[in-house]
Design a binder for this molecule. Structure first.
Ligand code: A2P
Length: 273
């Protein structure tokens, strides 16, 4: 793998930098649990938080950021446009109000409902207005990215997808690289199911790390920004310690071989809309 062990950020095509490790708050209810998780992550050195309009917890993310005392400019905040609404600009104005911010670092289309392109001019407008420093997509396939490229003035800089050794979307990863789109990983632990995988366990034992650290490292060592979700302080802390060890080429071969998607160019297996 080419990426160096200690690299903790990656440059996006628009010149902005994304921290390779972020805390994801999918399925964390708005309220104390979400505020605590974000506060702990910020205390423990995370500088990247990923929320969404659909998660309904932007208010807690904003509260935690404010209470943390960490400089807003030092934290990379992502939210996502829920494509059941019509207007990405109006929806982002609401998100910013809930977050208590004047801009987010990254605003992405949560999924390509109704097709991949109709919302893109609105996303570009959100960027022009300064509401979002960078814009991108999520759950988009290679083909859907190509459709956006056909109409875009400004290309998405990120495609956030379900990505882990059993969902190693090699064709999508290559397509992203060719288009200068950074593939970002959600569900890096297979929503927890990969933590008991025998291959992952054997590598974890060999390197003296936890299975979660191995799975997160599998992303960041290849330069893929990764969103780790936990509401437990000890797990948030351990999941952050992934920049001080390296997997070998042999570890990568074994983990890559767990793929069950056939190296797909799709963004996900089953659309839910
Ligand atoms: P919890 O929030 O209770 O810690 P993914 O990132 O693939 O979506 O997986 C997230 C799931 O994995 C959550 O259910 C989370 O539970 C759990 N999880 C996160 N980090 C760890 C860890 N270090 N050890 C065990 N489970 C973890």
């Amino acid at each position: 793998m080419s990426t160096s062990t200690n690299q903790t950020t990656r440059k996006l095509a628009d010149g902005n930098e994304i921290p390779l490790l972020g805390l994801g708050v999918w399925q964390v209810p708005d309220g104390p649990d979400c505020v605590k998780a974000v506060r702990w992550a910020l205390e423990l050195g995370y500088r990247h938080i990923d929320t969404a309009q659909a998660y309904r917890n932007e208010g807690s993310v904003g509260k935690a950021l404010k209470e943390s005392g960490v400089d807003r400019d030092d934290v990379f905040i992502t939210t996502k446009f829920l494509p059941r609404a019509k207007d990405p600009v109006a929806e982002l104005e609401q998100s910013l109000r809930r977050l208590g911010l004047d801009h987010v670092d990254l605003y992405i289309v949560h999924w390509p409902e109704g097709g991949p392109t109709w919302m893109w001019p609105g996303m570009e407008r959100a960027r022009e207005l300064g509401y979002a420093r960078s814009i991108g997509v999520s759950n988009f396939s290679e083909t859907e990215l190509a459709s956006v490229a056909g109409i875009a003035d400004v290309m998405p800089v990120v495609d956030q997808v379900n990505f882990n050794p059993t969902a190693f979307r090699r064709v999508l990863l290559d397509a992203c690289q060719r288009r200068d789109v950074v593939l970002e990983a959600y569900s890096p632990l297979g929503t927890g199911s990969l933590l008991s995988d025998a291959t992952v366990g054997a590598i974890a034992a060999r390197v003296g790390r936890t299975p979660a650290q191995v799975l997160l490292r599998w992303c960041v060592q290849r330069g893929v920004p990764v969103l780790s979700k936990s509401t437990h302080r000890d797990r948030i802390e351990a999941n952050g310690r992934i920049f001080d060890f390296a997997l070998t080429d042999e570890d990568f071969s074994q983990l890559d071989a767990l793929d069950r998607t056939g190296g797909t160019g799709n963004g996900l297996e089953q659309p839910w809309w």
